[in-house]
Design a protein around this ligand. Sequence first.
Ligand code: NAG
Ligand code: NAG
Ligand code: NAG
Ligand code: NAG
Ligand code: NAG
Ligand code: NAG
Length: 792
Amino acid sequence: MNHTKMAFSISLFFLVSIFPFQCSSSLSSLNKGSSLSVEKHLEDIIVPQNDLFSAGFFQVGGNAYSFAIWFNEPHPHNPTTVVWMANRGQPVNGKRSKVSLLQTGNIVVLDAGRYNIWSSNTASNKSTELYLKDDGNLVLRELHGTILWQSFDFPTDTLLPGQPLTRHTQLVSSRSQSNHSSGFYKLFFDDDNILLLVYDGPDVSSIYWPSPWLVSWEAGRFRYNSSRVAVLNSLGKFTSSDNYTFSTNDHSMVMQRRLTLDSDGNVRVYSRNQASKWQISWQFIFDTCTVHGICGGNSTCSYDPKRGSRCSCLPGYKVRNSNDWSYGCEPMFNLNCNSNEATFLEVPGVEFFGYDNNYVPTTTYMNCLNLCLQDCSCKGFQYRYGGGQSSSCFTKIQLLNGRHSPTYEGAIYLRLPKSNNYSMEQSVSAYDHVRSVLLPKDYVGKRPSRFVRFFLWLATAVGALEMLSLSLIWVLLIRTRQKSSADPQGYNLAAVGIRKYSYPELKKATKGFSQEIGKGASGVVYKGILSDQRHAAIKRLNEATQGEGEFLVEVSIIGRLNHMNLIEMWGYCAEGKHRLLVCEYMENGSLAENLSSNTLDWSKRYNIALGTARGLAYLHEECLEWILHCDIKPQNILLDSNYHPKIADFGLSKLLNRNIIKKSNFSMIRGTRGYMAPEWVFNLPITSKVDVYSYGIVLLELVTGKSPTVDIETVVGEEAYNGRLVTWVREKKSGQSWVDQIVDPRIGQNYEASKIEILVKVALDCVEEDRDVRPTMRQVVEMLQCQESDAQ
Ligand SMILES: *[C@@H]1O[C@H](CO)[C@@H](O)[C@H](O)[C@H]1NC(C)=O
Ligand SMILES: *[C@@H]1O[C@H](CO)[C@@H](O)[C@H](O)[C@H]1NC(C)=O
Ligand SMILES: *[C@@H]1O[C@H](CO)[C@@H](O)[C@H](O)[C@H]1NC(C)=O
Ligand SMILES: *[C@@H]1O[C@H](CO)[C@@H](O)[C@H](O)[C@H]1NC(C)=O
Ligand SMILES: *[C@@H]1O[C@H](CO)[C@@H](O)[C@H](O)[C@H]1NC(C)=O
Ligand SMILES: *[C@@H]1O[C@H](CO)[C@@H](O)[C@H](O)[C@H]1NC(C)=O
């Protein structure tokens, strides 16, 4: 390591300047009493044996330098990627500044030869050296002895493979891509052992990841491992002690990698081959508009999966600093407290997170408006249409974290002076283009969002709020939910990267598509064994109706849906006309097979009902673009080795052809008419309530053991959909001791009548003709869940 001990001797400098091309000017280490000088920042650099990194003075501005570590660039035109910085907020002068390893064993950065602006606070009387390891870790150690200091213990905004984030460290974003000073975003473990992203702005701070309205277990996090350590390995697998894990989309390949908390508040993993450019191979947040503070106050963020996100000022507001939207927008009007001089402008489909002065769960628009008028500090109100009684009102004292959300059924009403003609958004930023510029060929970033759920949570978990800080809300949600909930599992949003497979690879895995295990309208499913010995269900879609790009977008949406009651997608293949999906394999086959072979006792059936409802609720409510299943039936509910249900084939309606939802393609779903909602026949709008209907029928089948499938060729129109099964159960239910009469005789006597009653009630609600009367899947889960915890 120490082969340039002479490096700092005057004679070597002399030689270097005479023979600049002959001699590698970099050093392998720095010894006591020697320094790196800012004037020679091009040659005074420490380089590891593998030559991948450099440590030395890095120019951050005109006459400003910081002591840093960066990736060596194969191409002189590539921008340098800094991975660590000692004095990020306090660069030093380009004259007489130095990094020195003092005789005391302390490393110091001296500005203009005088001011000590950074030091490692180390001391040693032994011989020590500062050197850069092959993994990018700058280490100060006593010769053949103790490590006194290492840069891996003091990360800035980047973790390198093998560098752990611990309870003592955090990542802090840069202020902007060019300004390396500390920015507003932080990644760290909180006191509950959960890895968090926090916006820590000049005025306010709030947690935005995991989604603040999810309790930790719903976000797939585990609070009870206090080791608090997270690390990315060199093959692209990230593991955190709170069970947030993922594999990058290029995992198991040998590449250069880094994990960076970018200045826009998102954490991204970048990777590259030796000579190529950095590509995003994973990101924590897919819809960047869910990052708090991104557009500043009085503005809204809109997200487009192809173009990225952009900010715009609300009507009546103008941007403060168009080069830096985090300053937000300022009003162009003066509002006084006189309610006669105020009016409200509706901005539909826009949602503002937090800063509610008042929350009224069921109220009219006029009440909400008056509530805002009476309060001088009210800047506007959020009114969420819930249909009839359930509309809710939130009056806002600040307009922060605004976001366009196409599925949000509500609007923000801005308080403006009466004599105004503001109607348009006044200033609009350009798209950040993060998505389109950096989108590598098999990476598509688009993440269903859970923003919609915030107000639901607010309504159920917290009552009227009085200006609680967002973090307090979050903590409160955790505490209240944790106590009331008996279910420690649930959502597992921590998605795992999906892999691209080649066609020959899958052909081999399925032994030439020999073992067929299922068949449906969309294609045939084969059993296969992947090269890593995992058993997989490999679905071969019938026809390539979509281009590769569009297919990949949909696959990535489906692939990132991750829930214990949804079949997990591991990968896909899109080559030529071949379109295949690789999914997990379920030992116990489908619910249909199990119902007919009489393997399901009463408690298994109840768990299947509950699990299926959870999976569907997740599909309906967690996704920005609601994913309707449209083909819920026992054949599509698979059972794992413990008879836990997992829904298969969700999202296929998206993959095959969007038109499947139109009546013209009715034939595709003919075979399962017994489970179909009347909307299909009457050509009514198709909403998530079609799945609720089908689910209701499956419940009835679970209880009675009778299949609803009617003779599809002979029945046309209304009757078919009222199904004999539904009518039969309704009739029985009006009589005496009906439970015993309808229950599947194969269950035997070992069942709880009260739970059957609930199941049947829920089922009949679900199969109501009028889709507005049917409950949502979330409500179904609540009804079944509370029944379950009563029993415990
Ligand atoms: C180094 O030596 C000095 C004097 O010999 C002593 O005072 C000091 O404590 C020693 N420091 C360490 C870290 O051993
Ligand atoms: C970088 O950001 C810091 C913190 O916001 C600011 O004080 C500084 O002026 C910025 N530097 C440049 C060169 O813009
Ligand atoms: C967290 O991960 C560990 C090990 O992978 C597993 O044993 C444990 O059940 C997980 N905890 C939760 C709550 O998922
Ligand atoms: C806690 O997390 C660490 C690091 O991820 C892991 O090695 C350890 O097994 C976990 N402990 C438990 C009890 O899950
Ligand atoms: C947003 O507008 C309000 C007035 O409606 C103003 O008080 C506040 O300072 C503005 N926020 C920002 C970030 O400009
Ligand atoms: C309405 O807008 C026009 C031009 O945009 C402006 O000249 C006029 O003063 C505005 N009127 C009011 C009442 O603000």
